[in-house]
Design a protein around this ligand. Structure first.
Ligand SMILES: *Cc1c(COP(=O)(O)O)cnc(C)c1O
Length: 242
């Protein structure tokens, strides 16, 4: 697939915003209640700049070394108001880079990772915003904590220094039908509602991707993570091992 041009990115973004607005109107929500996170993993700086030029400020990355290169380069070019979200699997030897370079980390599923991020968040930066990723897909090796582990992780995320608990993140099963998507996203919404009394900052729900943003918004998503519909299919063949 050809790399999309800046004009194509702008048109794609317009379609995505229309799809979000449509999904919101179907369930009586305000379109501003859903943030668009542009998932730019594997995509070059020029495409990020095109989306930035179209008004986007939230970008999501999954591979740490690739992400740090892009973040440092774009900061050096004066793009200081991009909000960078880390959404990929986290190995403990990568936490230092996440703590130093990102504004939000959405894919935390273990206590050890929270502890390391807290210790490694540099002085002088605002607290690192944290979402806990919950396994809602009922798949064995899927990312995310089990529901029984969530109370302990929420307690740690809300009490460790230099972290700010903001929400929950979930990925639905890729081949789920509409009823299953509603059940999986609905489960994450129910967990947020169960715990927000105890943790009032737990307001965000990151759920929904290119193929399932409609059901995610219907179930209460406050952030959809969209890559393909904005930037085109990803080509992993040019990537180095991570
Ligand atoms: C890659 C990725 C996305 C974007 O998926 P698309 O189908 O391209 O929209 C969203 N969430 C996570 C966690 C991802 O890794």
């Amino acid at each position: 697939m050809d790399t999309p041009t800046g004009a194509a990115i702008e048109a794609n973004l317009q379609h995505v915003h229309e799809a979000i607005a449509q999904a919101c109107s179907t369930c009586g929500r305000a379109p501003e209640s859903v943030r668009l996170l542009c998932v730019s993993k594997t995509k070059g700086e020029d495409l990020i700049k095109a989306a930035y030029g179209a008004g986007e400020r939230h970008f999501g990355e999954s591979y740490i070394s690739e992400a740090v290169d892009k973040i440092e380069s774009l900061r050096a070019q004066g793009f200081h108001d991009i909000v960078w979200h880390f959404i990929g699997p986290i190995q403990s030897n990568k936490t230092k880079h996440i703590a130093a370079h990102f504004d939000v980390v959405e894919s935390v599923e273990r206590l050890k990772i929270l502890e390391r991020l807290s210790v490694q968040r540099p002085e002088g930066l605002p607290p690192l915003k944290v979402m806990i990723q919950v396994n809602i897909s009922q798949e064995e090796q899927k990312q995310g904590c089990e529901i029984e582990e969530l109370p302990g992780l929420l307690a740690a995320a809300s009490s460790l220094p230099k972290l700010e608990l903001v929400g929950l993140m979930g990925v639905a099963r890729i081949d789920a039908d509409e009823a299953e998507l509603n059940a999986q996203f609905g489960q994450l919404k129910a967990l947020q509602e169960r715990f927000v009394g105890q943790y009032p900052s737990l307001t965000e729900l990151s759920m929904g991707m290119t193929h399932d943003l409609g059901p995610a918004i219907a179930q209460g998503s406050t952030e959809v993570r969209i890559g393909t519909a904005i930037f085109g299919e990803r080509d992993y063949s040019k990537m180095h091992a991570h």
